[in-house]
Design a binder for this molecule. Structure first.
Ligand SMILES: *Cc1c(COP(=O)(O)O)cnc(C)c1O
Ligand code: SF4
Length: 350
């Protein structure tokens, strides 16, 4: 039952006891469309006795993924419209995404790039494409930050990561290199001295945005992996997706955000789920999301507050959709709501 090897298909899921034989047959239709992978760490985290386990829900394929709703789209956040060269997405003037790989150690069932990642996805940039991507960054002096995402950039070997970072080292206007990854949580032992040395090879300021959605993901091994990164001088921030049946509960989110802060990971973004195909079973309404986020305000330290974000469909970028607590009631006069819902006039009456 205790699978020690990576799981990458239906028969391996069945062999690991994570699905039964009947499910294996019906789920074939899901896995033909969307990639499946679990690391041994994630497989061990799943509580097989709980049919609503929030870890299982994030990683085990589900028949609900076959239901595609009319508003869903293959490229929900409009990467394609802002891609000047292969592997680069340049939506905001001062920063670009560099998508060097479209492979992940785990495939999240709600993934916003699920049509681009996996063995049938966009693949890994070859040397020529990477050179073109670096030439683009070099040629645009307004690019202050390069964000390595994908896919999960930390699936690359330390040697390949170092090659990429050495290229960035030579570009003076790039000051910040950010990695978006799930690896410290889903494969914590991969965060070793060689990988950390590679991450630091550019001499730039390095940020790692860690993707985790449920407090149980922050095991002692995951926390130790984060500690190795922070102790090496890398700044850690969090990103989570607000997901029905995983973390759509102020208590669960509060525990998750506190676990990040305890791990020296500063909560950064809480994403409203994107309109990726076959993910409607994960989506709540924005009003439901706002109610959950408002409930965090009074409950936990300011250190623990993430920004609630929607990536506007069509490539229009991110918007802060946390409920605004300020409302102008007359010229220069505002009504401010407190975390309990009370309303206060600002400036107050003399
Ligand atoms: C999300 C995203 C970023 C990063 O946005 P931040 O608000 O800086 O975290 C940059 N470029 C693109 C294309 C993005 O989708
Ligand atoms: S790790 Fe990120 S890119 Fe990979 S499947 Fe999960 S959400 Fe998608």
């Amino acid at each position: 039952m205790n699978s020690m090897r990576p799981i990458r298909n239906i028969s391996e899921l069945e062999r690991a006891g994570l699905i039964d034989a009947d499910q294996a047959i019906s789920l074939e239709a899901v896995t033909e469309r969307y990639a499946v992978a679990l690391t041994p760490t994630v497989a061990r985290l799943i509580d097989r006795t709980d049919p609503a386990d929030p870890i299982a829900r994030q990683f085990l394929p589900d028949m609900a993924e076959l239901a595609v709703t009319p508003e869903e789209r293959a490229d929900p956040i409009g990467d394609h419209a802002h891609s000047p060269v292969e592997g680069i997405v340049h939506r905001y003037p001062d920063r670009v995404l560099l998508k060097a790989v479209h492979v992940c150690p785990v495939y999240c069932r709600f993934c916003f790039r699920r049509e681009m990642v996996g063995p049938q996805g966009l693949g890994t940039l070859d040397g020529e494409a990477l050179d073109a991507a670096f030439a683009y960054i070099r040629g645009h002096s307004e690019i202050w930050e390069v964000i390595l995402t994908g896919g999960d950039p930390l699936v690359l070997s330390p040697r390949r990561l170092e090659e990429i970072l050495r290229q960035l080292a030579d570009i003076d206007h790039v000051k910040i290199v950010r990695f978006h990854t799930r690896v410290p949580v889903v494969d914590p032992l991969r965060i070793d001295a060689a990988l950390i040395a590679a991450l630091k090879a550019s001499g730039k300021t390095i940020y790692v945005a860690l993707h985790a959605n449920h407090p149980r993901e922050l095991t002692s091994e995951a926390r130790a992996a984060c500690a190795r990164l922070v102790d090496a001088g890398i700044v850690l921030i969090s990103q989570s997706v607000l997901l029905k049946g995983v973390n759509d509960d102020p208590d669960v989110l509060a525990t998750l955000m506190k676990a990040f802060v305890e791990t020296r990971v500063k909560p950064y973004y809480l994403h409203h789920p994107d309109l990726a195909p076959g993910t409607s079973h994960f989506r709540l309404t924005i009003a439901e999301g706002q109610a959950i986020v408002s409930a965090l305000r009074g409950r936990i330290s300011g250190l623990c507050q993430p920004t609630y974000i929607l990536d506007i469909p069509g490539g229009h970028g991110k918007a802060d959709i946390g409920k605004s607590s300020v409302r102008e009631v007359s010229e220069g006069c505002y009504s401010i709501s407190d975390y309990r819902g009370g309303e206060h006039v600002y400036p107050p009456d003399p």
